[in-house]
Design a protein around this ligand. Structure first.
Ligand code: ADP
Ligand code: MG
Length: 199
């Protein structure tokens, strides 16, 4: 299987008023095509930092990272825009990339909405949807631009326990069915186990 993400011996130090602080030390891992990998660690252990390095928001102090293709990013909050309909939220990424008239992308969106039970809701607004459905909308928006890797930063921690169990299973099924390669970071052991091929 092809390696989509490769991280080799990454170290990241931050320099603060109090002096130098080691955030990541000699981190190495790979994510293969079609695999869902979770990195598990307590709050403050540098999980978001590693994702920020992968997206080039931060430079590692030493070490190498490489990513094949484009990145999709899913955050803790769904970041849906309340004044736009579900459909207009989903096509936002395409709009920004000036690809809204791209027939293939629009067909992909239509298929995803129909497959995952959101087609009837496309003209509604985010506040009319449950927390779980909103997360599914956020996922489809991210997948609409067909990224080669999906990065998830504690995507379910804002949801209450019951919803989280349901949504985690729901999202995992979608990722597997669509053969998505993903890297998730979380502090929640059960989330990591139920959402991953490898932790
Ligand atoms: P996690 O996502 O695992 O909770 P983070 O990657 O956000 O952890 O942060 C890890 C540590 O690095 C924390 O102690 C945080 O305070 C520190 N840190 C993160 N970003 C910066 C920064 N830009 N400057 C200084 N310290 C930072
Ligand atoms: Mg974090």
């Amino acid at each position: 299987m092809e390696e989509i993400v490769k991280v080799v011996n990454v170290t990241k130090n931050f320099y603060t008023k109090e002096g130098e602080m080691e955030d990541l030390k000699n981190i190495s891992f790979t994510v293969h095509e079609g695999e869902i990998l979770s990195l598990l660690g307590p709050s403050g252990s540098g999980k978001s930092t590693i994702l920020n390095i992968l997206t080039n928001l931060l430079e590692p102090t030493s070490g190498e990272v490489s990513i094949k293709g484009t990145i999709g990013y899913m955050f803790q909050k769904d970041h849906l825009l309340e004044w736009r309909s579900i459909m207009d939220n989903i096509t936002l990424g395409l709009e920004i990339m000036h690809k809204k008239n791209d027939k293939k992308s629009m067909e992909r969106i239509e298929r995803l909405l129909k497959t995952y039970g959101l087609w009837e809701f496309r003209n509604m607004y985010p506040k009319e949807l449950s927390g779980g459905m909103r997360q599914r909308v956020a996922l489809i928006r991210t997948l609409s631009v067909d990224p080669s890797i999906l990065l998830l930063d504690e995507p379910f921690s804002a949801l209450d326990y019951q919803t989280r169990l349901m949504v985690t299973e729901d999202i995992f099924k979608i990722l597997k069915a669509e053969n998505i390669t993903a890297l998730m970071v979380t502090h929640d052991i059960s989330e990591a186990i139920s959402m991953s091929d490898r932790v």
